[in-house]
Design a protein around this ligand. Structure first.
Ligand code: NAD
Ligand code: ZN
Ligand code: ZN
Length: 384
């Protein structure tokens, strides 16, 4: 099969690799028809993680079931499925509690002895190959495949967002504790930030502010009724305070991660975290889904080599804020979010700028990584 293979920093190629296949009776084999490039892929693509050379990217996957193992009951060949980026088992202590991003049995214990959580094509998240390929092996297929309604094939561009970013944006607003009628500020108008904004609008936020400096991304935020805040035109914190009578937003979301930078491009891994503390009100809640890593092999800030940032803990404490962080437990949300899509209440495909054949992956990575104007979200179509 063909797959998007990582050959080193900013070097991916579409290569032939051994076919994915059923390895255990609980596996499902999926023929991938839609697979997104994610901001999380970019941390790896840029060589800012220890993703192995020769590994296959791709954790936002949708397709049609090609084959099922002997112990698979619910999922059948021919079903259309969206596959959460997390690989859970369904029976461990964390999966049972809905914390599928922290599965205890699928994790790679060579990373650290108490490691929790696994994903496809992801640094430190196990040996599982990604789905930017013709085929994907899905472990514990009955648990990890979300079956899609009859309109799945024609509305793939919406449903594929269930694999990661729509639930992740939703999760950011949950971690922040958003309730109807509250205001929220979201740092980052990439796909994840835009999904957090979409979630906040659906949940009935009174005001959704989205901070970035890319006009195309800010325009998309405006297109769903959020207030775009361009931090290249002035301090984001000041603009949020002005819009909230000096009080700050009720809630805040971090949808950027450790490669946060100023509008001039200089990285400050603490920038969004400290801006959130300043632009969220006293007693407000902050949800952090932007990725932070325990190590950075090529840090731009020496402190971040070990994942450390200078955090304004004093002000955070003084303001009595709360914070929630981490990978999204996709299984906790993907079923109801699927139903919001199928009834037309949610339309996460509004961010999609490009649908490209798998062979175009190297070009797509280059443009999406450069945040080139108009490259807001790419879906690769291996079957095209
Ligand atoms: N927690 C999870 O489960 C999960 C899932 C998916 C993605 N992520 C992470 O979410 C983050 C965002 O993903 P994405 O696909 O939207 O990526 P992206 O890189 O396309 O978007 C990030 C956006 O943040 C903007 N930005 C950079 N510095 C900023 C700053 N200081 N203030 C405001 N905006 C700033 C950039 O201009 C860009 O538009 C990444 O770190 C990704 O790894 C986490
Ligand atoms: Zn992703
Ligand atoms: Zn588990």
């Amino acid at each position: 099969m063909r797959a998007v293979v990582y050959n080193g920093p900013r070097d991916v190629a579409v290569q032939d690799v051994p076919d994915a296949r059923i390895e255990r009776p609980t596996d499902v084999l999926v023929r991938i028809t839609s697979t997104n490039i994610c901001g999380s892929d970019l941390h790896m693509y840029e060589g800012r993680t220890d993703f192995p050379r020769g590994g296959v990217f791709g954790h936002e996957n949708l397709g049609q079931v090609a084959e099922v193992g002997d112990a698979v009951d619910r999922v059948k060949a021919g079903d259309w499925v969206a596959i959460p980026f997390n690989i859970g088992c369904g029976f461990c202590k964390n999966c049972e509690r809905g914390l599928s991003a922290f599965c205890l049995t699928t994790a790679d214990r060579s990373v650290m002895p108490n490691m929790a959580g696994a994903a496809y094509g992801f640094a430190d998240m196990g040996p599982y190959r990604g789905g930017q390929a013709d085929l994907l092996r899905v472990p514990y297929g009955d648990y990890n495949c979300l079956k899609l309604p009859p309109d799945a094939e024609e509305r793939q561009n919406d449903y594929v967002m269930l694999a990661d970013i729509f639930p992740t944006g939703w999760h950011a607003t949950e971690l922040a504790g958003l309730r109807p009628g509250e205001s929220i500020v979201i740092y980052g108008a990439g796909p994840v930030g835009l999904m957090a904004a979409h979630a906040a609008m659906i949940k009935g936020a009174c005001m959704v502010m989205v901070v970035d400096r890319h006009p195309d991304r800010l325009r998309l935020a405006g297109s769903i009724g959020a207030l775009p805040i361009d931090d290249s035109k002035g301090s984001a914190v000041d603009q949020v305070l002005e819009l909230t009578n000096g009080i700050g937003a009720d809630r805040g979301c971090e949808c950027v991660g450790y490669q946060a930078h100023d509008p001039q491009g200089h990285e400050h891994p603490n920038m969004t975290m400290n801006d959130l503390v300043k632009s969220v009100k006293f007693t407000g809640g902050i949800g952090v889904v932007g990725v932070f890593t325990p190590q950075d092999p090529a840090p731009q800030d020496p402190l971040y080599k070990q994942g450390e940032i200078v955090f304004d803990h004093g002000l955070f404490w003084f303001k009595g804020q709360t914070i929630g962080v981490g990978q999204c437990n996709v299984k906790a949300y993907n079923r109801p979010l699927r139903d919001l899509i199928s009834t037309g209440r949610a339309k996460p495909s509004f961010i999609v700028s490009h649908e490209l054949p798998l062979g175009e992956a190297p070009t797509a990575y280059r443009h999406f990584d450069a945040r080139d104007d108009g490259w807001t979200k790419v879906i690769l179509k291996p079957a095209a």
